[in-house]
Write a protein that binds this ligand. Structure first.
Ligand code: PLP
Length: 403
């Protein structure tokens, strides 16, 4: 039977994810994979999770294994509201929270809620592959805006939106990863956070602020990485948080903070997706916050990841040939390499995989027909020795190719 001939238009729009393909390489024995942006698997707070579960009464255990409500487990919603106000300095007035099955689900829900066929979404160049996939799967179009060292280029943003308007395109939202953008590692400066909000106000276009890494900073202070949402008093910013990097991506718990009316609509949307996010995971996340484990873990992981970042930056400095440029992330998991224009990152990938080093080529994070001379490197789930070895091998490949 020819099942593909029955596929919907949006299903035909789906492409296989390059990262998922490349991640298969990570499983090859001895491969040094700088590909997937996994959290450090050696540091998962497994003992804390065991303590949490071990402390549950029989009634609590029964509730944790039972169906839950779509909006989320109320004590967890309360913990997150408190976190948003005290830690993130966000006003919750008129705002509400929806628990999601990871931020990826939040991106899918928002795409489904906002996008009609050919509606435009503004994304940073480069931007998170999972977000791009969600926008495409709802038949949206991507409009890219350049990043400079201080985050999204406000002039380019303004021009791109004005241009869309002139061409009669509807821009539904601006998608941004202000802290340690995945994949580039670039951070939106404090000055530009206000300017971004000003553009949103001027054109009356909401911002989707995706912030999985904001707590994992290695330079500067908390103030430098507070969300754009904190400056917003008009419900323009839709904020996405997740426990994936602060606890475990395997639990699949994230959240959306947005205008109450929007959250109510997203809740309806979620009912047809998965009805509710794992109660078991939500109970763990809730106790993890209540017991203060989250703070201890964040303090520990800032040190762990800082060391890895420094090791990769040091190795790049030591081994890379002339002509290669890279970003210096202040936090997060990623470094973005720019190769000389004539070098195709895919060719580099083929050669370095033969030598057991994997990474993700930059085109996965960019619209089609964009330059092909970028590489994303993740240092988050590699030990220091392998970071050094991996960069030495990659630099060897590049030296041969540059000649
Ligand atoms: C920028 C960004 N947004 C969202 C996600 C998805 O996170 P989650 O595991 O919460 O679905 C990731 C994961 O890597 C990410 O880097």
């Amino acid at each position: 039977m020819d099942l593909p001939s029955l596929f919907s238009e949006s299903a035909l729009n789906l492409k296989s994810s390059k990262i998922r393909e490349l991640l298969k390489m990570a499983g090859v024995p001895d491969m040094i994979s700088m590909g997937g942006g996994n959290p450090d698997s050696a540091s998962f707070p497994f003992e804390e999770i065991k303590t949490i579960i071990g402390s549950w009464s029989y009634d609590r255990a029964k509730a944790a294994l039972q169906y839950g409500t779509t909006k989320g487990y109320v004590p967890l919603l309360e913990e997150i509201a408190d976190w948003m106000v005290k830690r993130k300095k966000v006003s919750m007035e008129g705002q509400d929270i929806l628990i999601t099955t990871g931020s990826q689900q939040a991106l899918a829900l928002l795409s489904k809620l906002f996008l009609n066929k050919d509606d435009a979404v503004i994304v940073e160049l480069p931007s998170f592959i999972g977000a791009i996939a969600a926008f495409y799967s709802s038949m949206g179009r991507i409009e890219g805006v350049r990043l400079d060292e201080e985050g999204i280029d406000i002039g380019d943003l303004d021009r791109t939106i004005a241009d869309c308007k002139k061409k009669g395109k509807t821009v539904k939202f601006i998608y941004t990863i202000p802290n340690f953008n995945n994949p580039s590692g670039i951070t939106l400066s404090r000055e530009k956070r206000q300017k971004l909000l000003d553009v949103s106000r001027r054109y009356d276009i909401p911002i989707v602020e995706d912030d999985p890494y904001g707590e994992l900073f290695y330079d500067g202070t908390v103030e430098d990485y507070l969300p754009v949402k904190r400056l917003d008093s008009e419900g323009r910013v839709i904020y996405l948080g997740t426990f994936s990097k602060l606890l475990s991506p395997g639990l699949r718990v994230g959240w959306i903070v947005a205008d109450g009316e929007l959250v109510a609509k997203l809740e309806l949307q979620k009912q047809s997706y998965d009805a509710f996010t794992s109660t078991f995971s939500q109970f763990i996340a809730c106790d993890y916050m209540k017991r203060g484990y989250i703070n201890t873990y964040i303090d520990k992981m800032r040190k762990v990841y800082r060391e890895k970042r420094d090791a990769m930056l040091g190795a790049l400095e030591r081994y890379m040939p002339e002509g290669i440029q890279w970003t210096t992330p202040k936090g997060g998991f990623f470094i973005w390499l720019t190769l000389p224009g004539e070098i195709d990152a895919e060719e580099v990938f083929k050669k370095s995989v033969e030598r057991k080093v994997a990474f993700v080529t930059g085109d996965a994070f960019l619209p089609e027909d964009y330059a092909r001379n970028y590489i994303r490197l993740a240092y988050s789930d590699l030990d220091i020795d392998r970071i050094d070895k991996g960069i030495e091998i990659l630099a060897g490949v590049l030296r041969e190719m540059i000649g």
